[in-house]
Design a protein around this ligand. Structure first.
Ligand code: AMP
Length: 171
């Protein structure tokens, strides 16, 4: 087992002064470390199991594909505005640095489906909370979430309204 921390590069003051950016590019450059990260993130499945994996643009996609394959479940993408055709549901949220919105195709999730949410980093929790809200708007159930990195000082976990959170690396 490799210590995955050695594949996370800390970049001070990016993209704004005061933000310590956790850069996952070294992890992506290592097939072994990526495989280990995806395996570890897939352990976030709750005891009752899940029906669908929902990944958040854009770095959530990098892990969502592998997790969905490992769990043998279908993948749904939550995207930034204007990327998806058809009937769309939208939710706006605050980032650690700025504001953003997420969209999903209204028919992408099955009613009552148990969903595992995937992202790379949990910071303030605004993104995951918005993703969970979108999943609920579509009639599905956000039962758990999994991230590679949890920035504990920002206390994002507290914004998840009781949704289970699995994190592989905590800073
Ligand atoms: P938040 O909504 O504050 O939990 O922010 C989570 C989202 O912003 C994730 O999709 C991350 O990709 C990105 N993010 C926020 N803070 C950082 C950080 N310090 N390093 C890397 N990515 C971050």
């Amino acid at each position: 087992m490799t210590d995955l921390r050695q594949y996370i590069r800390d970049v001070p003051d990016f993209p704004k002064p005061g933000i310590l950016f956790r850069d996952i590019m070294p992890l992506l450059a290592s097939p072994q470390a990526m495989a280990q990260a995806i395996y570890a993130m897939a352990q976030g499945v709750p005891p009752g199991g899940i029906d669908q994996v929902v990944a958040i643009e854009s770095r959530g996609f990098l892990f969502g594909v592998g997790i969905a394959q490992q769990l043998e479940r279908g993948l749904v993408l939550l995207r930034k505005p204007g990327k998806l055709p058809g009937d769309i549901r939208r939710h706006q949220y605050a980032l650690e640095y700025g504001n953003d919105s997420l969209e999903v195709q209204a028919d992408a999730m099955r009613p009552g489906s148990r969903v595992l949410l995937v992202d790379d980093v949990l910071a303030t929790g605004g993104t995951l909370a918005a993703a969970a809200q979108l999943v609920q708007d579509c009639g599905a159930e956000p039962v758990a979430s999994t991230v590679l990195i949890e920035l504990e000082a920002l206390r994002g976990r507290e914004r998840l309204d009781g949704m289970a959170l699995h994190s592989v690396l905590r800073y």
